[in-house]
Design a protein around this ligand. Structure first.
Ligand code: ACO
Length: 206
């Protein structure tokens, strides 16, 4: 890696990403951060560069460390992706036949099995299981401990809550929120919130 790296957003989710690379390489590849304001709390001793801009993105390898799917999408979509990193924690198991999109983060102890396809700017959080041939849409977030069985499809910007389970072959639409611990046994249309076991839709926005 010949350029130094900047992380955009510098709070809880970014700490996990920075930490992932500390544990892989024994050193921190991020030297700087961008955020709306300089942070008083600076646990990784990074330099503050101001808000993200085309000029900064041109000079650094970059990664967006923001958990909110809409904000992450907005920032990643604004810039050229040539120097956008993909970060995979060394304790995760990723099939050689899986595809991981640029700007995506695979956290520790996750498994991504054969022919799974992870889109642009996704979060595959700690200890998740993404089974064979799953398709994860751009800017989706699979929260810690969630399990997606084989051939599940998750739409863009959807959020699958901690410890949720989606059974094989299910299609989940765009902008869906699946509650923590839910068990999804039916397809879910766009823009729904679904909770419980078996998962029931409690909200749908237009
Ligand atoms: C590293 C990290 O931290 S990643 C983040 C991981 N975080 C998570 O996984 C959290 C996921 N979020 C949830 O589960 C939330 O409760 C949500 C998004 C599903 C619902 O949030 P809201 O839209 O604010 O709904 P609200 O809290 O008003 O609850 C609505 C109803 O659903 C119920 N409900 C909410 N969440 C759940 C859930 N996970 N399981 C079962 N029932 C639930 C509530 O009890 C309430 O029921 P009632 O109407 O009978 O009183």
């Amino acid at each position: 890696m010949n350029k130094s790296s900047v992380i955009i957003g510098y709070s809880g989710h970014a700490y996990v990403i920075i930490d992932a690379l500390y544990s892989s390489d024994g050193k921190n590849i991020f030297t700087s951060y961008c955020d709306a304001e300089e942070k008083i709390h600076n646990p990784y001793q990074l330099n503050y560069l101001g808000e993200e801009s085309k000029e900064i993105i041109g000079k650094y390898n970059w990664f967006v460390g923001i958990g909110n799917n809409l904000i992450r999408e907005k920032i990643i979509s604004k810039f050229d992706h040539q120097n956008l990193l993909t970060i995979i924690h060394k304790t995760s198991i990723v099939s050689d036949k899986a595809m991981i999109g640029k700007g995506s983060f695979v956290s520790g102890n996750s498994t991504i099995n054969a022919l799974a396809n992870i889109g642009l700017g996704c979060i595959i959080n700690t200890g998740t299981i993404i089974e064979h041939e799953c398709h994860i849409g751009d800017f989706a977030h699979i929260a810690p401990g969630a399990v997606l069985a084989g051939n599940v499809s998750i739409g863009k910007r959807s959020f699958i809550g901690a410890n949720a389970t989606v059974i094989q072959g299910i299609n989940i639409g765009n902008d869906v929120v699946v509650g923590a611990g839910a068990v999804i046994i039916n397809d879910i249309p766009d823009k729904c919130t679904v909770v419980g076991n078996p998962g029931k839709i409690i909200k749908q926005t237009k």
